[in-house]
Each structure stands twice: as C-alpha cells, then as structure tokens.
Design a protein around this ligand. Structure first.
Ligand code: DAH
Length: 345
C-alpha cells in the first residue's frame, strides 16, 4: 500500500465533474462500489502489517468519507440544476376553459317575457310563495266555500282558521299585493313559482311558474287589453302572429277570456303541436272585476284595469316543443345543456 495511491484518488476526487445522474452513479461505483478503487484499498489494508495499519488507517477512512461527501455534493448540485430547468408555470398561457352553467329554459322564457313588458313600461313585482288565503283567494273574489276554489287544488300550510297560510296556487296573489301597496296607475308583471296539489305527469306538476300582468288606470278598456296581448304575442312569437280571444271564466276578471296565438310551427295550417287547429292557447286574461279593485281599496268608479296570467312552462313547451313537464324539474344535465347559451370564457 502506498501513500501515492491514496493521494492520487484524492486528487481525482477533487477534479471530479459530472454532468448527469448517470455520471455520478458511475463515479460512485468506480470509487465505492464492490470493485471500486477505494474498496480495493480497504481490501489491501486488511492484509498489511501493524505499522502500515497505523500509517494508513486514518487517511484511508478520510478518503472514504471524502468520496462519499463528494458523491452527495455532486448529486445535490445536479438536483438543483434540474429544479431550475424544470418547466415553470407560464402565466402567458391561456387558462383552462371555465364552463359556465346555462340558464334554465323556464328562466330564459321568464326573462324574455319580463324584457318585453319592461319595454312596454311595466315594472316587475314579486310576492311571497307562502301566502295567506286573503291574497290568493278572498281578495280575488273567491269567497270562502265558493266552488271556483276547486279550480286550484291547494297545499295548505296551516288550515282551520280564518286566514290560513297556503302555498300560492297562482301569481295573481301578487297583483293583490301590488294594488294594496303601489301608487296608481299600476303597470306590473309578477313572475314566480306556484304550487298545486296535482299528480305529477307529463302534463301536470305540483310546482310550476307563472307570470301575472296587471294594468290599472283611468279609462282602461278591453281594447287596451287586446292590444297589449297582441303586441306581446308578436314580440314573443314573431311579427306575423295573430291572436284570438275566447270567452272564459275567472272569478277575478269580468269579462274573462282565454287567448290563443296562431301556431308558429305550421302558421295556421294545422300540425300535431296545435292539434290540427292552427291555434295555441297561451294565457288567461280579463278586465279586473270591480269587487277585486274594491277589496284592495281602489275605487272601481274611477279606475279600471286588465290582468292576465300565463304559465312559463307552457310557453317554454311551445317555444322548444319539450312536451313533458317533468323535464323542467328533474335537473337532468343532458336536458339542461341543450339550452346552453352561456359563453365559454
Ligand atoms: N290565475 C290564473 C290561473 O292561475 C291565470 C289568470 C287568468 C290570471 C286570468 C289572470 C287572469 O290575471 O286575468 O289559472
């Protein structure tokens, strides 16, 4: 065993440079592996005499420590370089597209109708879904025990006393609230959710949506009602649309009518949407009954008005020919995505 052997390896270690992890591993094997140069010196050391052991023991151990330290140092240096060259987040890249939710078809229709009536100068009013008997029935000229109440099968929240709480069966309750609180003349539309105790099927649901309209001023006539509905129908269904009015009955209007629009699918020729008639029913309306004006403190001698009410799901059905009401409430994403008008960012 010679001092120069140790010295030589020390110098080699000092000069050692590695570019890759593979180089470092090769260096480790060359010096410290089973057949490595330093390992070989240790082998040799086992068979030297006592004096040589004393002479070489310490330098040999130092050499080994130095080799281990050098290898670690090279590894660390490489890891640092790799870190730096690792791809960094590039803030100039476009972001992941964010999918916005889409508007529900009922909400799209509500917005369209509200926008049309806003253009005509109507305000928007809302009222509570849990209402009292007074606003849903009594003030709308449905006296207690009157058979007209059967037209709307009601969910009662608290029954039994004079003015029970219930889930409103129509948004006409909001016209009562408007008449009670708003200054005259009144021009409002009242969109909202309504509830009826109906068995759920393709054609009926226990929850649906309506929009109510009310106009009260001096000298409002049936001709004004007809004109308002005609203008609305043409904005909503196209400028060629015609309307027809059929006499009907509602306790809160007199006279009352149901309104049909000319079928915008077959343009009056008759198809399966209009069931061959060329007409589609869209709403109920009429002149506000003097009893209703009186019940909310408005003088029927001085004022008159008209009201109308329509079902939003019904309008959506006509617009998109989705003829099963249940689709509107089941939140099936495959259905909802068909109305995806949202802009992807
Ligand atoms: N409230 C009625 C219903 O739910 C709809 C309606 C008909 C409202 C005629 C009106 C109207 O304001 O004048 O069936």
């Amino acid at each position: 065993m010679k001092k120069e052997d140790i010295q030589k390896i020390l110098e080699d270690l000092d000069a050692l440079k590695c570019k890759t992890a593979k180089d470092v591993e090769e260096a480790r094997v060359r010096y410290l592996g089973k057949r490595g140069e330093i390992t070989a010196l240790f082998e040799e050391f086992r068979s030297v005499d006592g004096a040589a052991k004393r002479e070489f023991g310490r330098p040999l151990n130092e050499l080994k420590q130095k080799a281990i330290a050098k290898i670690e140092e090279l590894k660390a240096a490489l890891a640092a370089i790799e870190d730096e060259s690792a791809p960094k987040a590039d803030p100039s890249l476009p972001g992941d597209p964010m999918e916005l939710g889409s508007r529900h078809p009922v909400s799209i229709v509500r917005q369209e109708i509200v926008d049309i009536f806003r253009k005509f100068g109507y305000d928007v009013a809302e009222g509570p879904e849990i209402e009292d008997d007074h606003h849903v029935f009594e003030a709308l000229n449905f006296p207690a025990n009157h058979p007209a109440r059967d037209m709307q099968d009601t969910f009662f929240v608290s029954a039994g006393h004079l003015n029970p709480l219930l889930l409103r069966t129509h948004t006409s309750s909001v016209q009562v609230r408007a008449m009670e609180t708003m200054p005259l003349p009144i021009r409002v539309v009242c969109p909202g959710r309504v509830f009826r105790n109906e068995a759920i099927s393709a054609r009926a649901h226990c929850i649906f949506h309506q929009i109510e309209g009310l106009y009260i001023d001096e000298n409002v006539t049936f001709a004004d009602l007809k004109q308002a509905i005609l203008l609305f129908a043409r904005e909503m269904f196209g400028p060629e649309t015609e309307i027809r009015m059929r006499p009907s009955y509602f306790p809160f209007t007199e006279p009352s009518a149901e309104v049909d629009v000319s079928c915008n699918i077959c343009h009056g020729k008759g198809c399966n949407i209009c069931k061959g008639t060329g007409w589609l029913e869209i709403l109920g309306c009429g002149m506000v009954d003097p009893n209703v004006l009186k019940a909310s403190g408005i003088d029927p001698e001085k004022y008159s008005g008209f009201a109308f009410g329509m079902g939003l799901e019904r309008i959506a059905m006509l617009k998109w020919q989705v003829n099963d009401l249940r689709h509107y409430f089941e939140n099936d994403l495959r259905f909802l995505r068909e109305f995806n008008t949202a802009i992807e960012v």
